[in-house]
Design a protein around this ligand. Structure first.
Ligand SMILES: *Cc1c(COP(=O)(O)O)cnc(C)c1O
Length: 372
C-alpha cells in the first residue's frame, strides 16, 4: 500500500462537548428516557417547526410511522429497490409488502412514474428515499400520492439538514423519518426520529415506542411513572435513552458547521472531478442539500474500487438492490436500477476529511483512468 493511512469512507465525529454531555447523564444516573430526550425532542421540534418523536434508530422510526398509518398485513408500500435494507425491513415488519420500484437515474430517488405502474387496490403508501441527502422531485411525489390517496412516509435518513424549495426537509409533508446512526449527518450514537403534524400519528408513535403504554411519554416528561395504565395496541421497546439524546443535543447545536463542511467537501469533489469524462455526478443541488454520501457513477467501477483501496482510499456501494435479496426476491424486473447498481460508487465523505484528502482521492481517480 503506497498511502500511509486509510482514508475512510465514513465515520462518526464526536467532540468534547458530546463526551461531557454523556458523562453528565451518567453522573445523574437517569439513563433511560427522561429529561435529555425531552430536551432533544424540543430542539428537533424547533429545528423542524413541528413535533418530533425520538426513537432508538431510523428503522424503528420508519416501522412506527407505517404502523401509525394503519399499514399492515395485505397492504403494499411503494419503495425504491435502491435503498438500505432498513426501508424494506421496516415495511415488512408491519406485515405489509414492499413493492420495489425504479429510481430516476439523475438523482437516484424514487421514480413515481414507474411506481404508478405498480399500483394495485392494496397500495397504501409510498416511501421516497432521500438518496445521499437529495430529495429529487419531491413535490411530484406528493402530487402523485395526493392523486391516489396514499400516505407518504419519507425515508429521510440521509437528508437531515437538507433544504428543498426553501423549506427544511421534515418541516413539511406527511411524515418524515430520520436516522441518527453513527455515520449519519448528525448522530446520537444510534437513534432516529419521526416528524409530522398529524396528531393521531404523533400519539400513536409516542405510545408505540414505549410498549404501547398509553400516555407514558407525557408521564415520563413530567417526572412521573405510569403505574396505572392501559395498552390497546401493539407496541415496541423503541424509545431513546438519555445517553443517546445527550449526544444528539450537542450534535444538533453544530448543524450549521457540519452542513458547511459537508457541502464544501462535496463541492470540492465536483470541481476536482469536473473534467474526468469517466465520472458523472448526480443531479443534486449542492447549495441546498446536506450531503450524507458523495455518490458518482463511474466507468469500470469495480477496477476503480480495487485501485482506490490499494492506494488507501475506502469506497462503498450504496446499495445492494433489495429486490434481489432472498427475502424480497420476486419476478419484478428493474433494468434501470440494475444497470445503475453497476456504476455507483460512494467516495469518502465525513467531518474529519480534509480538503487535501479529497484532492488526494481525486488525483488517484484521475491517475486510474489515465492508466487504463
Ligand atoms: C441509515 C438508514 C436507515 C435506518 O436508520 P438506522 O438508524 O440505521 O436504523 C434507513 N434508511 C436509509 C436509507 C438509511 O441510510
Amino acid at each position: 500500500m503506497s498511502a500511509s493511512k486509510l482514508i475512510r469512507l465514513s465515520k462518526s465525529h464526536i467532540g468534547d462537548a458530546e463526551k461531557k454531555a454523556v458523562m453528565g447523564v451518567i453522573d445523574r444516573e437517569y439513563l433511560g428516557m427522561g429529561a435529555e430526550v425531552q430536551q432533544f425532542e424540543q430542539g428537533l421540534s424547533d429545528f423542524f417547526g413541528r413535533p418530533a418523536v425520538c426513537v432508538v434508530n431510523g428503522t424503528a422510526a420508519l416501522h412506527l410511522a407505517l404502523q401509525a398509518c394503519g399499514i399492515g398485513p395485505g397492504d403494499q408500500v411503494l419503495v425504491q429497490s435502491l435503498t438500505y435494507v432498513a426501508s424494506f425491513q421496516a415495511i415488512s415488519a408491519t406485515g405489509a409488502i414492499p413493492v420495489a420500484c425504479e429510481v430516476n437515474p439523475a438523482t437516484l430517488t424514487l421514480d413515481w412514474r414507474d411506481a404508478e405502474k405498480r399500483m394495485t387496490s392494496r397500495t397504501k403508501a409510498i416511501m421516497p428515499v432521500h438518496y445521499a441527502g437529495g430529495v429529487g422531485a419531491l413535490d411530484e411525489i406528493y402530487e402523485f400520492a395526493n392523486k391516489h390517496g396514499l400516505r407518504v412516509i419519507e425515508d429521510a435518513a440521509h437528508a437531515f439538514g437538507t433544504i428543498y424549495q426553501g423549506k427544511r426537509v421534515g418541516g413539511f409533508g406527511d411524515i418524515a423519518c430520520f436516522s441518527f446512526g453513527g455515520i449519519k449527518n448528525i448522530t446520537s450514537g444510534e437513534g432516529g426520529c419521526i416528524v409530522t403534524s398529524d396528531p393521531e400519528v404523533l400519539q400513536r408513535v409516542q405510545d408505540a415506542r414505549l410498549l404501547g403504554v398509553e400516555k407514558d411519554t407525557q408521564n415520563r416528561f413530567s417526572g412521573q411513572r405510569s403505574w396505572e395504565f392501559d395498552v390497546s395496541a401493539q407496541g415496541w421497546r423503541y424509545h431513546m435513552s438519555n445517553i443517546m439524546a445527550a449526544i444528539g443535543i450537542e450534535q444538533l447545536s453544530q448543524i450549521t458547521s457540519f452542513k458547511d463542511k459537508r457541502v464544501k467537501l462535496a463541492n470540492l469533489y465536483l470541481t476536482e472531478l469536473a473534467d474526468v469524462s469517466e465520472i458523472s455526478f448526480l443531479n443534486h443541488d449542492y447549495d441546498e442539500l446536506m450531503p450524507h454520501l458523495f455518490v458518482v457513477k463511474a466507468k469500470k467501477r469495480e477496477n476503480l474500487r480495487s485501485y482506490l483501496l490499494h492506494e488507501g482510499v475506502e469506497t462503498g456501494i450504496h446499495y445492494k438492490l433489495n429486490h434481489v435479496l432472498s427475502k424480497y426476491k420476486d419476478t419484478v424486473h428493474l433494468p434501470v436500477s440494475v444497470s445503475l447498481y453497476n456504476e455507483i460508487i460512494s467516495l469518502p465523505l465525513h467531518l474529519d476529511l480534509s480538503s487535501d484528502d479529497v484532492r488526494f482521492v481525486c488525483n488517484k481517480i484521475k491517475k486510474f483512468y489515465k492508466l487504463c
